[in-house]
Design a protein. Structure first.
Length: 221
């Protein structure tokens, strides 16, 4: 019964989720000073996972070296071929916002100037899309993992409920075939009926969890 209430609470939390993922521009403080930066929120995951996936993504652009210091991640002379061969220094940090929400903050040193929307529109649009795609994909992957686990739990409950239904059928047959087992079989049936009702309630609650996660996945844009 405790698990049933816990499942219902999780379902309510999932159903209340509705977030549009947007990139924001503004001044942010880094160890090297205050710079124009892009920031975006990533949902249903944690700081460690976002840091790991962001590092993995940036390494695809072959930085000459990377440095991790005091919670900031520096990617030196990173080459984004879509923007040409000029190397770009990337400063980033990840901030835990609580409630399974993480903020990724990044500034791009183009060499003498930090990326901003007014002076570097093409590059700004490129990095805005890069961060939006990263945040969207990371959020969706996290939700899909939750959906996978919730569906697995639901299937397990369904199997258990089916087993109990089958057990009851066999017990009914025992009553017909073995009159001497009538009393014992009836007691077992009553017990199973109670357990079946519990499982049905768990099924309903878990179905809400699964439906809620699917709804959340569809709302990620």
């Amino acid at each position: 019964m405790k698990n049933l209430f816990l499942t219902a609470a999780i379902s309510f939390s999932i159903c209340s989720f509705a977030q549009e993922i947007k990139v924001h521009e503004g001044k942010e403080s880094f160890a090297s000073g205050s710079h124009n930066a892009l920031s975006i929120n990533i949902y249903e995951t944690d700081k460690a996972n976002v840091e790991k996936e962001w590092k993995r993504l940036l390494k695809d652009f072959h930085p000459e070296k990377t440095n991790d210091s005091k919670g900031e991640y520096f990617f030196d002379n990173t080459t984004f071929k879509s923007l040409g061969n000029n190397p770009i220094d990337v400063y980033s940090k990840v901030v835990d916002k609580g409630d399974k929400s993480v903020q990724l903050i990044v500034c791009f040193d183009l060499g003498g100037a930090f990326l901003n929307s007014s002076e570097h529109k093409d590059k700004y649009d490129y990095f805005k899309k890069l961060m939006h795609d990263f945040a969207t994909n990371t959020t969706k992957e996290a939700i899909n993992e939750a959906l996978k686990e919730a569906t697995k739990t639901f299937d397990h409950i369904v199997d258990k409920e089916h087993d109990l239904e089958k057990d009851n059928k066999n017990l009914d047959e025992d009553i017909v075939n073995y009159n001497e087992k009538i009393t014992k079989a009836k007691q077992h049936i009553e017990k199973n009926k109670q357990e079946i009702e519990v499982k049905k309630k768990e099924m309903e609650a878990q179905q809400k969890v699964v439906d809620g996660i699917k709804t959340k996945l569809h709302k990620v844009i």
